[in-house]
Write a new protein. Structure first.
Length: 239
């Protein structure tokens, strides 16, 4: 006879739950760097997506990370010194030029502005533009004029003119006159014939019956015109 009943039997039972390990979520994007140059820092973080359970393994590692960024040097512009004082003017009047300078104290780095872009190293400006004083100047003396007398004391004159008039506070011509005079022809003027006094009458040429006697005179020693010698003897009748 066959056996009655099932060859197997099934009953419910309580099995242990499987362990669940911790799992991280994806890293977020890196944050903006804290500096644009010279070395900064940026961060990113993550969160646990699945917590560990039933004896599963815990998550290891940090929830956040940092890393250096923008480590390249920052650009620096060329540095110039302060301007020096203006130099002396090239002229004391009539328009000159003066300059002042400055120097490079630091060159540009990492793409900063060059010294040419920052500014010039020297400047010039006009100075002492007022007109220069002009002193009076005499021209040369002209030739002496004719003497005012041909003999005796006379005068002659010569003249000069101001070649350059004083202007712009220049010195006036005060060191002389525009003319000067001097004596000329100081020799004695010649005079007409001058006679000395008549001499005494000579003895009459006859004691009676009519005679003749004469007397003489001589010319005075002068620079005058020569005397007529026929007038040097005078005659008359006598006795």
């Amino acid at each position: 006879a066959t056996c009655a009943g099932n060859s197997t039997d099934v009953q419910s039972c309580s099995a242990p739950t499987c362990p669940i390990d911790c799992q991280w979520g994806e890293w977020e994007s890196w944050s903006v760097c804290t500096s644009t140059c010279g070395g900064g820092e940026q961060f990113h973080s993550r969160e646990i997506a699945i917590q560990s359970a039933h004896g599963g393994a815990n998550c290891t590692g940090e929830t956040g990370e940092s890393q250096p960024c923008n480590t390249q040097g920052c650009p620096t512009d060329c540095q110039l010194s302060a301007w020096e004082e203006w130099g002396a003017c090239s002229h004391t009047c009539g328009g000159g030029v003066q300059t002042h300078c400055r120097s490079i104290t630091a060159s540009e780095t990492n793409g900063g502005k060059t010294c040419e872009e920052v500014g010039v190293l020297s400047e010039a400006r006009a100075c002492n533009e007022a007109n220069c004083p002009v002193d009076c100047q005499w021209d040369a003396w002209e030739s002496w004029g004719a003497c005012g007398a041909t003999c005796g004391v006379g005068w002659r004159q010569r003249n000069r003119v101001q070649l350059v008039q004083a202007s712009y506070c220049g010195v006036a011509c005060i060191d002389g006159a525009s003319y000067e005079q001097e004596e000329c022809n100081d020799g004695t003027c010649p005079s007409d014939c001058q006679w000395e006094d008549w001499g005494a009458w000579e003895i009459c040429s006859a004691t009676c019956g009519g005679g003749e006697q004469s007397r003489e005179r001589i010319a005075a020693p002068t620079a005058g015109s020569e005397c007529n010698h026929s007038a040097a003897v005078q005659k008359q009748s006598c006795n």
